[in-house]
Design a binder for this molecule. Structure first.
Ligand SMILES: [Zn+2]
Length: 278
């Protein structure tokens, strides 16, 4: 997943400044339905059509992907359209995990992730059709985003995580809509509904079993990266009418689109949106 780089003039990870929608009255926080609590952001962040300005969320997100730095021997990030990104990856053979080849693939993924920079990458994104994902979120990346946003997203730093042959299970029915981007679809964002609580089991780079319980933003990253291993990109799951170029992140969501944030209880309409995004 991409994150925004603070040195990029185009994609500064500034909080999406919510522009109050002039056409619609601004809701006061007290008017937010209890059944589907939105984020407790006062004033202009709560509008009738959107809780946060979209660019704030997307820019500060995980999916920056603007790295301008280049390093020799750095694996190239494969972009959408290459079949390797649209076909299922294969399991890594247990006997091969400690081999030089697999260890080099993992090291290459870590390098590519940090150079992008991003918070998650899957092996198909460097052209390797194997089930390997690498994730990392740092205090630094998170510091580029507004605090109220990272709080709402339940986003916290975590150490580098390498998972081979991951299997993902959702652990609750809680979901949220936030903007996502992808290193393989750089320059764009869209709203994607994701589960808020997941468990991922798999193997670490030494072949030892691991289990990761994650919620919030980390759970989103895990879902995004595991999707890559099934040949699924976020654009296959997005709410189509929220798709936009990064430069348009601050523009309001179209009428009828789900609001950003956590869905406490599934309101009517979300199922409809999901259907229409299939
Ligand atoms: Zn991606």
């Amino acid at each position: 997943m991409e994150i925004l780089h603070r040195h990029s003039s185009r994609l500064l990870p500034v909080l999406l400044r919510a522009k109050p929608d002039k056409t619609y009255p601004v809701y006061l926080p007290t008017r937010v339905p209890v059944s589907r609590p939105e984020f407790p952001i006062p004033g202009p962040y709560l509008t009738s059509r959107r809780t946060f300005s979209s660019s704030k969320v997307a820019k500060a997100g995980w999916l920056l992907g603007l790295g301008a730095k280049k390093e020799q021997n750095l694996p190239k990030i494969i972009k959408a359209g290459d079949p390797v990104l649209h076909e299922p990856a294969q399991e890594v053979d247990l006997k091969e995990i400690r081999s030089e080849r697999i260890q080099k693939i993992i090291d290459d993924m870590i390098k590519a992730l940090r150079m992008a920079p991003g918070v998650g990458i899957a092996a198909p994104q460097i052209g390797i059709p194997l089930k390997i994902i690498v994730l990392e979120d740092t205090k630094e990346y998170i510091s580029y985003a507004p605090k109220e946003e990272t709080r709402a997203q339940d986003r916290h730093p975590f150490d580098l995580l390498v998972i081979l042959n991951p299997k993902l299970k959702r652990k609750s029915d809680r979901t949220a809509f936030w903007f996502e981007g992808c290193l393989s679809v750089d320059g764009y964002r869209a709203l994607v509904e994701r589960h808020l609580d997941v468990e991922v089991t798999g193997l670490d780079r030494d072949g030892q079993p691991i289990k990761v319980d994650a919620s919030g933003w980390k759970a989103r990253i895990l879902q995004h990266e595991c999707d890559h291993l099934d040949g699924t990109l976020y654009v296959d799951r997005m709410v189509p009418r929220t798709f936009r170029i990064v430069e348009n992140l601050d523009l309001p969501l179209a009428e009828g689109c789900p609001k950003l944030g956590v869905c406490g209880t599934k309101p009517k309409g979300i199922e409809k949106v999901k259907e229409s995004s299939l």
